[in-house]
Design a protein around this ligand. Structure first.
Ligand code: ADP
Ligand code: NI
Length: 211
């Protein structure tokens, strides 16, 4: 297991990071880069514990939202953009294929079975999901909801069974509280226990103040 990048690989990662940063800023998704930087960091930590090819994991993390459907008329274009960016940077073909697989296969909406994912894709998917949890996950959900003009709380949102399906709190039940069970790696599961506990206590506190 290669745990350190060669100098040429480090340059490829650095160039990729800069291109992703430019593209996300240009499309007014500058805050998206903070998410990408966290996912990159998380993916490196998971790789250090679980293995997998480090170069593809780093590139996959950096490129995983580069063609986010939210900014491309509902069409997910990250795989296509990853291929173009890495091709221009003259990355090796096997690295490009591995990264495109990661980027194309990890989305929650696609919901591919883990058996269809490489170890590298499992790791980047875990990193992306971890960043939807905990205090950071709560802030991201609030920001997303606010950007859509979605109410944070609606009557019924105190439980999954009765939730409104139209609020940010509903998103906690529909997605966020389902994520931890679906993480691929033991390392990711262990590090999200506290994040899930915090989300639960945040909601309990919110409901107690609301009463
Ligand atoms: P990513 O592409 O990083 O997996 P998404 O684009 O699906 O994430 O969502 C971005 C952020 O917005 C995540 O933190 C997610 O939990 C949150 N989010 C997505 N859909 C909703 C929603 N309907 N209400 C509130 N938050 C949402
Ligand atoms: Ni993401």
């Amino acid at each position: 297991m290669a745990n350190e990048l060669q100098p040429a690989e480090q340059d490829l990662v650095k160039s990729t990071r800069n291109i992703v940063f430019e593209r996300l800023s240009a499309q007014g998704a500058g805050h998206g880069m903070e998410h990408v930087e966290r996912v990159w960091g998380l993916a490196k930590r998971i790789q250090a514990s679980e293995g997998g090819q480090l170069l593809s994991i780093e590139l996959g993390a950096l490129l995983h939202d580069v063609g986010d459907a939210k900014f491309h008329q509902g069409q997910e274009r990250s795989g296509e953009f990853a291929r173009e960016i890495l091709g221009n940077l003259q990355a090796r073909q096997d690295v490009i294929e591995s990264v495109v697989h990661i980027v194309d296969s990890i989305s929650f909406r696609k919901d591919l079975p883990a058996s269809k994912l490489t170890l590298e894709a499992k790791i980047v998917q875990d990193a992306d999901r971890i960043d939807a949890l905990g205090a950071i996950g709560i802030v991201r959900a609030i920001e997303f909801g606010a950007s859509r003009g979605q109410p944070f709380f609606l009557p019924g949102d105190e439980s999954e069974a009765t939730c409104s399906h139209r609020s940010t709190i509903s998103h906690f039940y529909k997605k966020l509280f389902k994520l931890r069970k679906r993480l691929n790696t033991p390392f990711a599961k262990a590090m999200t226990h506290q994040r899930e506990k915090f989300m639960n206590s945040f909601l309990a506190q919110y409901f107690s103040e609301y009463e």
